[in-house]
Design a protein around this ligand. Structure first.
Ligand SMILES: [Mg+2]
Length: 266
Protein backbone atom coordinates (compact mmCIF):
# COMPACT_ATOMS: atom_id res chain seq x y z
CA UNK A 1 0.00 0.00 0.00
CA UNK A 2 1.32 3.41 -0.91
CA UNK A 3 1.96 5.24 2.27
CA UNK A 4 -1.02 7.43 3.15
CA UNK A 5 -0.89 10.86 4.72
CA UNK A 6 -3.43 10.02 7.36
CA UNK A 7 -5.25 7.08 8.87
CA UNK A 8 -8.83 7.46 9.98
CA UNK A 9 -10.19 5.00 12.50
CA UNK A 10 -13.69 3.97 13.31
CA UNK A 11 -14.14 4.20 17.07
CA UNK A 12 -16.34 1.43 18.42
CA UNK A 13 -15.08 -2.08 17.99
CA UNK A 14 -12.11 -0.73 16.12
CA UNK A 15 -10.24 1.47 18.60
CA UNK A 16 -12.21 0.59 21.71
CA UNK A 17 -14.59 -2.16 22.66
CA UNK A 18 -18.12 -1.33 21.81
CA UNK A 19 -20.33 -0.64 24.81
CA UNK A 20 -23.85 0.12 23.63
CA UNK A 21 -24.90 3.67 24.34
CA UNK A 22 -21.94 4.16 26.52
CA UNK A 23 -21.85 7.44 28.33
CA UNK A 24 -19.45 6.25 30.99
CA UNK A 25 -15.77 6.94 30.43
CA UNK A 26 -14.90 4.21 32.90
CA UNK A 27 -16.22 1.64 30.48
CA UNK A 28 -13.81 2.53 27.72
CA UNK A 29 -11.53 -0.36 26.90
CA UNK A 30 -9.02 -0.25 24.06
CA UNK A 31 -9.07 -2.99 21.51
CA UNK A 32 -6.10 -5.34 21.52
CA UNK A 33 -2.98 -3.78 20.09
CA UNK A 34 -4.56 -0.38 19.64
CA UNK A 35 -2.02 1.60 21.61
CA UNK A 36 0.92 -0.02 19.89
CA UNK A 37 -0.62 0.28 16.46
CA UNK A 38 -1.39 3.97 16.90
CA UNK A 39 2.03 4.75 18.29
CA UNK A 40 3.60 2.98 15.35
CA UNK A 41 1.77 5.30 12.98
CA UNK A 42 2.64 8.38 15.01
CA UNK A 43 6.31 7.52 14.98
CA UNK A 44 6.12 7.41 11.21
CA UNK A 45 4.60 10.85 11.10
CA UNK A 46 1.15 9.90 9.93
CA UNK A 47 -1.75 11.97 11.06
CA UNK A 48 -4.55 10.17 12.84
CA UNK A 49 -8.26 10.81 12.98
CA UNK A 50 -11.44 9.22 14.23
CA UNK A 51 -14.58 8.94 12.13
CA UNK A 52 -17.53 7.74 14.15
CA UNK A 53 -21.25 7.34 13.74
CA UNK A 54 -22.85 8.39 16.99
CA UNK A 55 -26.53 8.26 16.35
CA UNK A 56 -27.31 7.95 20.04
CA UNK A 57 -27.41 11.73 20.10
CA UNK A 58 -29.95 11.93 17.33
CA UNK A 59 -31.98 9.21 18.98
CA UNK A 60 -32.03 11.07 22.26
CA UNK A 61 -30.29 8.29 24.11
CA UNK A 62 -27.17 10.13 25.15
CA UNK A 63 -26.15 13.68 25.72
CA UNK A 64 -23.35 15.36 23.89
CA UNK A 65 -21.61 15.89 27.20
CA UNK A 66 -21.63 12.18 27.89
CA UNK A 67 -20.15 11.48 24.53
CA UNK A 68 -17.52 14.13 24.94
CA UNK A 69 -16.53 12.49 28.18
CA UNK A 70 -16.24 9.09 26.56
CA UNK A 71 -14.26 10.49 23.67
CA UNK A 72 -11.98 12.32 26.04
CA UNK A 73 -11.29 9.00 27.69
CA UNK A 74 -10.48 7.45 24.34
CA UNK A 75 -8.11 10.33 23.73
CA UNK A 76 -6.46 9.88 27.09
CA UNK A 77 -5.93 6.18 26.53
CA UNK A 78 -5.07 6.14 22.85
CA UNK A 79 -4.59 9.69 21.69
CA UNK A 80 -3.96 12.34 20.98
CA UNK A 81 -5.81 12.17 17.71
CA UNK A 82 -5.37 14.97 15.24
CA UNK A 83 -9.01 15.13 14.21
CA UNK A 84 -12.36 13.81 15.23
CA UNK A 85 -15.39 13.75 13.01
CA UNK A 86 -18.57 12.31 14.41
CA UNK A 87 -22.04 12.04 13.01
CA UNK A 88 -24.77 12.80 15.57
CA UNK A 89 -27.65 12.02 13.31
CA UNK A 90 -30.17 9.24 13.40
CA UNK A 91 -30.32 7.11 10.29
CA UNK A 92 -33.66 8.55 9.25
CA UNK A 93 -32.22 12.06 9.22
CA UNK A 94 -30.76 11.44 5.83
CA UNK A 95 -27.54 13.26 6.52
CA UNK A 96 -24.47 13.13 4.35
CA UNK A 97 -22.06 12.32 7.11
CA UNK A 98 -23.29 9.11 8.62
CA UNK A 99 -21.25 6.21 7.32
CA UNK A 100 -21.56 4.71 4.74
CA UNK A 101 -21.93 8.23 3.36
CA UNK A 102 -18.58 9.88 2.73
CA UNK A 103 -19.09 13.00 4.86
CA UNK A 104 -17.12 12.00 7.93
CA UNK A 105 -14.13 10.88 5.92
CA UNK A 106 -14.20 14.04 3.84
CA UNK A 107 -14.50 16.18 6.95
CA UNK A 108 -11.70 14.44 8.79
CA UNK A 109 -9.45 14.81 5.78
CA UNK A 110 -10.30 18.49 5.62
CA UNK A 111 -9.46 18.93 9.29
CA UNK A 112 -6.16 17.22 8.72
CA UNK A 113 -5.33 19.22 5.63
CA UNK A 114 -5.04 16.17 3.40
CA UNK A 115 -7.03 14.78 0.53
CA UNK A 116 -9.47 11.94 1.18
CA UNK A 117 -7.64 9.88 -1.39
CA UNK A 118 -4.53 10.16 0.73
CA UNK A 119 -6.32 8.61 3.68
CA UNK A 120 -6.85 5.05 4.80
CA UNK A 121 -9.93 4.21 6.80
CA UNK A 122 -9.65 1.32 9.25
CA UNK A 123 -12.92 -0.05 10.56
CA UNK A 124 -14.78 -3.17 11.53
CA UNK A 125 -17.87 -3.18 9.35
CA UNK A 126 -18.92 -2.69 5.80
CA UNK A 127 -20.16 0.83 6.25
CA UNK A 128 -16.65 1.90 7.22
CA UNK A 129 -15.36 0.47 3.97
CA UNK A 130 -18.22 1.96 1.99
CA UNK A 131 -17.61 5.40 3.45
CA UNK A 132 -13.95 5.16 2.55
CA UNK A 133 -14.79 4.10 -0.96
CA UNK A 134 -17.39 6.84 -1.38
CA UNK A 135 -14.90 9.47 -0.27
CA UNK A 136 -12.12 8.18 -2.47
CA UNK A 137 -10.11 6.84 0.44
CA UNK A 138 -8.77 3.36 0.90
CA UNK A 139 -10.25 0.94 3.38
CA UNK A 140 -8.88 -1.77 5.61
CA UNK A 141 -11.31 -3.98 7.45
CA UNK A 142 -10.44 -5.46 10.83
CA UNK A 143 -13.39 -7.74 11.47
CA UNK A 144 -14.82 -8.75 14.79
CA UNK A 145 -17.08 -11.71 15.48
CA UNK A 146 -19.98 -9.51 14.46
CA UNK A 147 -18.65 -8.50 11.10
CA UNK A 148 -20.80 -10.10 8.45
CA UNK A 149 -19.24 -12.57 6.05
CA UNK A 150 -20.32 -10.54 3.07
CA UNK A 151 -18.67 -7.48 4.57
CA UNK A 152 -15.44 -9.39 4.87
CA UNK A 153 -15.79 -10.72 1.36
CA UNK A 154 -16.36 -7.31 -0.16
CA UNK A 155 -13.72 -5.41 1.80
CA UNK A 156 -10.80 -4.05 -0.21
CA UNK A 157 -8.39 -5.46 2.33
CA UNK A 158 -8.83 -7.47 5.50
CA UNK A 159 -6.46 -7.72 8.45
CA UNK A 160 -6.92 -9.83 11.51
CA UNK A 161 -6.09 -7.11 14.01
CA UNK A 162 -5.04 -3.49 14.31
CA UNK A 163 -1.35 -4.19 14.33
CA UNK A 164 -1.61 -6.15 11.13
CA UNK A 165 -3.64 -3.36 9.59
CA UNK A 166 -1.07 -0.76 10.52
CA UNK A 167 1.76 -2.88 9.23
CA UNK A 168 -0.12 -3.16 6.00
CA UNK A 169 -0.54 0.60 5.84
CA UNK A 170 3.16 1.11 6.48
CA UNK A 171 4.42 -1.64 4.28
CA UNK A 172 5.63 0.61 1.53
CA UNK A 173 6.85 3.29 3.82
CA UNK A 174 10.21 4.36 2.34
CA UNK A 175 11.47 5.11 5.82
CA UNK A 176 10.81 1.62 6.96
CA UNK A 177 13.93 0.02 8.40
CA UNK A 178 15.44 -2.34 5.90
CA UNK A 179 17.47 -4.42 8.25
CA UNK A 180 17.22 -5.63 11.77
CA UNK A 181 19.60 -3.70 13.99
CA UNK A 182 22.49 -5.77 15.27
CA UNK A 183 21.14 -6.74 18.60
CA UNK A 184 21.95 -9.68 20.77
CA UNK A 185 18.33 -10.36 21.37
CA UNK A 186 15.07 -8.86 20.30
CA UNK A 187 13.47 -6.53 22.71
CA UNK A 188 12.49 -2.98 23.25
CA UNK A 189 15.06 -0.33 23.77
CA UNK A 190 14.83 2.84 25.76
CA UNK A 191 11.50 4.15 24.60
CA UNK A 192 10.64 1.17 22.56
CA UNK A 193 11.47 2.67 19.21
CA UNK A 194 12.93 -0.32 17.58
CA UNK A 195 11.83 -2.32 14.66
CA UNK A 196 8.23 -1.24 15.03
CA UNK A 197 7.21 -4.66 14.07
CA UNK A 198 7.04 -3.73 10.47
CA UNK A 199 7.51 -7.21 9.21
CA UNK A 200 4.98 -8.24 6.63
CA UNK A 201 1.70 -8.50 8.35
CA UNK A 202 -0.18 -11.66 8.92
CA UNK A 203 -3.12 -10.25 7.16
CA UNK A 204 -4.87 -11.55 4.18
CA UNK A 205 -6.00 -9.58 1.26
CA UNK A 206 -9.41 -10.29 -0.11
CA UNK A 207 -9.09 -9.17 -3.64
CA UNK A 208 -7.69 -6.47 -4.02
CA UNK A 209 -10.87 8.12 15.07
CA UNK A 210 -9.17 15.61 18.24
CA UNK A 211 -6.96 17.82 19.11
CA UNK A 212 -7.36 18.29 22.79
CA UNK A 213 -8.89 21.65 22.29
CA UNK A 214 -11.85 22.72 20.35
CA UNK A 215 -14.11 19.79 20.56
CA UNK A 216 -17.08 21.63 19.42
CA UNK A 217 -19.95 19.31 19.28
CA UNK A 218 -22.16 20.80 16.71
CA UNK A 219 -25.85 20.88 16.70
CA UNK A 220 -28.00 18.16 15.43
CA UNK A 221 -28.81 19.82 12.20
CA UNK A 222 -28.79 17.39 9.40
CA UNK A 223 -26.26 17.91 6.74
CA UNK A 224 -22.96 18.10 8.47
CA UNK A 225 -20.75 16.17 10.80
CA UNK A 226 -19.57 17.48 14.12
CA UNK A 227 -16.18 18.76 13.22
CA UNK A 228 -13.72 17.85 15.89
CA UNK A 229 -16.81 16.80 17.72
CA UNK A 230 -17.26 13.81 19.87
CA UNK A 231 -20.65 12.38 19.54
CA UNK A 232 -22.65 9.90 21.42
CA UNK A 233 -22.56 6.21 21.40
CA UNK A 234 -24.14 4.84 18.39
CA UNK A 235 -27.63 3.73 17.94
CA UNK A 236 -28.47 0.32 19.02
CA UNK A 237 -31.48 -1.14 17.42
CA UNK A 238 -33.41 -3.53 19.51
CA UNK A 239 -35.16 -5.56 16.93
CA UNK A 240 -33.76 -8.78 15.72
CA UNK A 241 -32.18 -9.06 12.36
CA UNK A 242 -30.61 -6.40 10.28
CA UNK A 243 -31.72 -2.88 10.78
CA UNK A 244 -32.29 -0.08 8.37
CA UNK A 245 -28.58 0.57 8.46
CA UNK A 246 -27.91 -2.92 7.36
CA UNK A 247 -26.58 -3.97 10.68
CA UNK A 248 -27.50 -6.89 12.79
CA UNK A 249 -29.16 -6.09 16.05
CA UNK A 250 -30.36 -8.01 19.04
CA UNK A 251 -27.34 -9.27 20.81
CA UNK A 252 -25.16 -9.25 17.79
CA UNK A 253 -24.92 -5.94 16.09
CA UNK A 254 -26.83 -2.77 16.52
CA UNK A 255 -27.72 0.10 14.32
CA UNK A 256 -24.21 1.43 14.12
CA UNK A 257 -22.62 -1.91 14.22
CA UNK A 258 -22.40 -2.13 17.96
CA UNK A 259 -22.95 -5.06 20.17
CA UNK A 260 -26.12 -5.11 22.13
CA UNK A 261 -25.74 -5.39 25.85
CA UNK A 262 -23.78 -8.43 26.74
CA UNK A 263 -23.50 -9.43 23.17
CA UNK A 264 -19.83 -8.99 22.63
CA UNK A 265 -18.12 -12.30 22.21
CA UNK A 266 -14.85 -12.78 23.92
MG1 LIG B 1 -17.35 0.04 14.52
Amino acid sequence: MTRPAAVLFDRDDTLVEDVPYNGDPEKVRPMPGAREALDMLRRRGLRLGVVSNQSGIGRGLLTEAEVRAVNARVDSLLGPFDAWACCPHAPEDGCGCRKPAPGLVVEAARLLGVRPEDCVVIGDIGSDMDAARAAGARGVLVPTARTLPEEVASAPHVCEDLLSAVRHVLRDDPRRPRATPPRAAPGPVADGRTADGDAPAADHSVGGHAPAAGRAVGGHAVGGPMADGHAAADGHAQAAGRTADGHVAAGRRTADGHAAAGGRPV
